[in-house]
Write a new protein. Structure first.
Ligand SMILES: Nc1ncnc2c1ncn2[C@@H]1O[C@H](COP(=O)(O)OP(=O)(O)OP(=O)(O)O)[C@@H](O)[C@H]1O
Ligand SMILES: [Mg+2]
Lengths: 248, 307
């Protein structure tokens, strides 16, 4: 059977923060296995788009479907969608009172009902994969930023999501730690994970993205494959933005 | 003085602090009464004496005032003193039990009131505000009287004085606990709850496993304060007849006619209880932080070397 259901579908999505119209008619169609990189100036609504996908923000108008399930106020639908969607934050948001291993196993044990030993096995395998198994018993505060972000990625993967959302995962990192996180993300992309990544790391975008999305003032201004996007941006706004971030 | 401190540094701080404070209070009480006698020329007394021009007559009542103290009524070295002390100290259990039960109830109620206080929903938030504003403006003494003498008329149940005390203390404290919990929960960055939700936890699981464990560490000192406050406020329950510490002191004074000695002991009793609570809370704080920040600084070099 051919997979016809898009992984993420956003149709005419609008959102307001009070009077402020933060998302204006967002349309986005992401198929399973697709890697989408979203960029744009600060305040253009990138985070808000991503956060609407797993209902950390509520959209007021339009339709969002994740894996065919429509987001509404229905708690079951929200829970089902969150089950399939992992998220990595700019500020890591690791649980500081738990060890690295417990950070990974909390969700699987409490939300999925996995046994402690099954969860531990799964978590250790993931820590191997992000190359920090030796940090399992430490507290997040004892790790470097790059290590913390890798733990955060492993924590999301531990829920075995179909879709991974990244909101500027390397923006809070020192330059020498960015590559270790991007490497993990590239591996994930190669394995065929559906990914939506907000980032200004254009090197990563060129390597991993199937689709580039440029946002400005709450609108999607331009979408396209990376090659045309970088070499021949159609809009003046996008060209300016790319010149700015690629010039340094 | 520094020498003495050093000498005691190795002994448990609890014991040292308690002894030091008890000695200090005793010394102050005695000094206060012997002070007039020991006053040097140049003091107010001297002026008075000059005016009256009879220094011996002035000194006499001061001296006898000091001699009037009858510490033997509460002295552990006399039969009468021991009996009285035992009578006084036997109230500890009531005071403690009442305060602890009230604390537990007020923590539970406070938490239940705090949760709507952090909701997005406005009507829910206003229930929190109304409860807190209303309950914390009721003075404790009238509340105790109202619960004990008034409530039975409409509720049809008669609390005994112990439960009336527990109920009034808990009710009055719950508003403060609610505010402490609300502040504690709100001090945890929003990203923590969001991360909890994204790994599939429900709202209550997120509270239980992510937010509260962090909030509790932050509000522990405030909870300790409330407990100490509760123990002190429980003295008011003596008015409805519960034989806790204060009631017993009052009853003993009726038979011994010695207010100063007995109230001094009473104050020392509260002091010791609250010092112990304070130490307990500090110990808890250290223990919780040991799992957290303290370990960080100790093991930081290891973390770096494994990089
Ligand atoms: N909770 C909120 N309440 C009110 N306004 C908000 C809220 N969150 C975001 N905004 C506003 O919405 C706009 C879009 O925010 P968003 O975080 O989506 O931008 P962004 O593109 O991710 O920017 P950045 O690159 O700085 O992260 C901004 O102007 C921001 O100030
Ligand atoms: Mg953002």
């Amino acid at each position: 059977m051919i997979e016809t259901v898009p992984a993420i579908e956003m149709i005419d999505v609008n959102k307001w923060f009070g009077d402020f119209h933060v998302l204006k008619d967002i349309n986005l169609n992401i198929s399973a296995g697709e890697r989408v990189v979203i960029c744009g100036p600060s305040g253009s609504g990138k985070s808000t788009v991503v956060r609407c996908i797993n209902r950390l923000e509520k959209h007021e108008k339009g339709t969002i479907r994740v894996d065919g399930m429509q987001l509404s106020n229905n708690r079951k639908a929200i829970a089902a969608i969150r089950n399939e969607v992992g998220m990595v934050f700019q500020q890591f948001n690791l649980f500081p009172h738990l060890t690295v291993l417990e950070n990974l196993t909390l969700g699987p044990i409490k939300a999925r009902g996995l046994s402690q030993s099954d969860a531990d096995t799964r978590a250790m395998a993931l820590l191997e994969r992000v190359r920090i198994p030796e940090q399992a018993d430490k507290k997040p505060g004892q790790l470097s930023g790059g290590q913390q972000q890798r733990v955060a990625i492993a924590r999301s993967l531990c829920m075995e999501p179909k879709i991974m959302l990244f909101d500027e995962p390397t923006s809070a990192l020192d330059p020498e730690m960015i590559s270790e996180v991007l490497e993990v993300m590239l591996e994930l992309a190669e394995e065929g994970m559906t990914m939506v990544v907000v980032t200004h790391e254009m090197g990563f975008a060129r390597k991993a993205a199937d689709t580039m999305v440029f946002m400005d003032e709450g609108k999607i201004v331009e979408t396209g494959d990376p090659k045309t996007f970088f070499e021949a941006p159609r809009t003046e706004r996008c060209k300016q933005f790319l010149d700015q971030i690629l010039s340094h | 003085m520094p020498l003495v401190m050093n000498q005691f540094q190795k002994t448990p701080r609890l014991v040292f602090r308690m002894l030091a404070t008890v000695v200090l209070v005793m010394a102050l009480v005695l000094a206060g009464f012997s002070g007039a006698e020991a006053n040097d020329p140049g003091s107010n007394l001297e002026v008075v004496v000059d005016v009256v021009e009879d220094s011996s007559a002035q000194a006499k009542p001061e001296k006898s005032r000091f001699e009037n103290l009858r510490w033997y009524v509460v002295s552990p070295f006399t039969e009468q003193g021991r009996t009285n002390l035992k009578f006084l100290i036997d109230g500890t259990w009531s005071t403690l039990l009442m305060s602890m039960l009230a604390l537990m109830i007020s923590i539970v109620v406070g938490l239940l009131i705090a949760i709507p206080g952090i909701a997005k929903n406005k009507p829910l938030r206003s229930t929190n505000v109304i409860y807190v504003e209303f309950v914390r403006s009721i003075p404790l003494l009238p509340l105790i009287l109202w619960v004990y003498y008034g409530l039975p008329e409409i509720a049809g149940i008669q609390f005994n004085y112990f439960w009336a005390g527990v109920f009034a203390l808990a009710l009055s404290d719950s508003a403060f606990e609610a505010e402490i919990f609300r502040a504690g929960i709100q001090s945890i960055p929003k990203g923590q709850a969001e991360a909890g939700r994204t790994v599939g936890l429900t709202y209550f699981q997120t509270m239980r496993y992510v937010v509260m464990p962090q909030a509790i560490r932050r509000i522990l000192p405030a909870l300790g304060n409330q407990f100490a406050y509760m123990v002190k406020m429980s003295a008011l329950v003596s008015v409805i007849g519960l034989q806790e510490l204060t009631r017993r002191a009052n009853e003993l004074i009726v038979t011994e006619y010695r207010a100063l000695e007995i109230y001094t002991i009473l104050i020392l009793e509260y002091l010791v209880i609250i010092l112990i609570i304070g130490q307990g809370v500090r110990w808890l704080e250290r223990k919780l932080n040991d799992d957290n920040e303290d370990v960080l600084s100790k093991t930081k070099p290891v973390a770096n070397s494994t990089e």
